[in-house]
Design a protein around this ligand. Sequence first.
Ligand code: CU
Length: 115
Amino acid sequence: MKPFLPTVLAAALAAALALPAAAADNMANMKGMPMGKPDAAKTGHATGVVTGVDAKMAMVTIKHGAIPSVGWPAMTMSFKATPATLLKGVKAGDKVAFTVKVKGQDNEVTALRKQ
Ligand SMILES: [Cu+2]
């Protein structure tokens, strides 16, 4: 047994030293996994017409124009409003200018004002 001990210790030490690097690699790989590519948050500015507000869920549905900076065509879609207070006094039919932050599949309205 005795002759093996230094080898075992050396192996354990090598494994311990290698661990931080391996963990960092895993983190890097994990980051892009859900969307298949690493996604940085993008911000776009647009105008549209509110078609619905769910104040309880802090959701607003907006029929908006194209938002080239985030790669979106014109469409009607629902956004989470952050903070929810952005939706105070906002109702269907309002024309609004808004800022949207998009990261992967997630998006939220971070600024909104009536026009
Ligand atoms: Cu959209």
